[in-house]
Design a protein around this ligand. Structure first.
Ligand code: G
Ligand code: MN
Length: 252
């Protein structure tokens, strides 16, 4: 994990699309570790280790700053989503850290979304609620990640100031295979609508899944079918293309 201090971390970016599958709605930042011997490591190979110590705070803060810096320079003024570890909530003053990142980079608060799993509420329900309310006061958006996989999400969802929810990929990937999982997905979409939240389906890998999500009026989609995580240069190309297309449409 010395890589954190040696410029070995890099962010890749996975766009999130409107359910039309064409319009980029926002972009999720995903951290990778460019290990000198082991190559490009995905987060599940090192986040758990970082969470055992204060390193998760250093890593988390680096990710937020880097994501805000890059987003500020993108050709489209869309939102960047950053995953936050529950450990950051308990080990540091995340409200201060996020405010500093916004101030330092000059990114508008409404362009930053924090993705949080419900595990953040496990240890300190009251503290987590307070922190989230303070984050909302900064003007950032809050997204509940991996929805449907944790504990008593319904109760949490009502009291916590989430703007959006992400349906966990395990439900999305059995769309078209399991009728009951389609019902679960429909139920989550209805729930999101009832609570005024944007609903994203993650892990969309097939055209059939996308068609079903479109039929069921899910708001946004993300997954390998639409785009894999890409580096910042490729993302900027995608955004330039989209900007050019939009310009052509509105002038013609
Ligand atoms: O929900 P969470 O933020 O924990 O998951 C994001 C992870 O899911 C990333 O590592 C990303 O690479 C991965 N991912 C993104 N799209 C897909 C997909 O369509 N299929 C699968 N299997 N994984 C995906
Ligand atoms: Mn996520």
């Amino acid at each position: 994990l010395e890589g954190i201090g040696r410029d070995e971390l890099v962010l890749h970016y996975q766009p999130r699309f409107k359910v039309d599958g064409v319009t980029v709605a926002s972009v999720e930042a995903l951290v990778r570790w460019r290990h000198p011997r082991l190559g490009l490591l995905p987060p599940d190979r090192f986040i758990a280790l970082a969470e055992e110590s204060e390193l998760i705070v250093l890593l988390g803060n680096w990710v937020i700053r880097e994501a805000c810096t890059k987003a500020k320079a993108w050709p489209l003024e869309i939102m960047v989503s950053v995953n936050m570890s529950p450990a950051q909530f308990s080990r540091s003053d995340v409200v201060h850290d996020v405010a500093e990142a916004l101030r330092h980079t000059g990114l508008a608060a409404h362009r930053l979304e924090l993705e949080i799993t419900e595990n953040v509420m496990l240890n300190d329900v009251e503290g987590a609620l307070q922190t989230m309310n303070s984050l909302k006061e900064l003007g950032v958006r809050l997204n509940m990640d991996d929805f449907g996989t944790g504990y008593s999400s319904l109760g949490y969802l009502r009291t916590y100031p989430f703007d959006s929810i992400k349906i966990d990929k395990r439900f999305v990937q059995s769309l078209g295979k399991s009728a009951s999982d389609r019902s679960v997905v429909q139920a989550i979409i209805n729930l999101g609508n009832a609570m005024g939240m944007t609903v994203t389906a993650e892990g969309v890998e097939t055209a059939e899944q996308l068609a079903l999500l479109n039929d069921d009026q899910c708001h946004e989609v993300q997954g390998f079918l639409l785009s894999r995580p890409v580096d910042n240069d490729v993302l900027v190309q995608i955004m330039r293309r989209q900007r050019a297309n939009t310009a052509t449409e509105s002038s013609g």
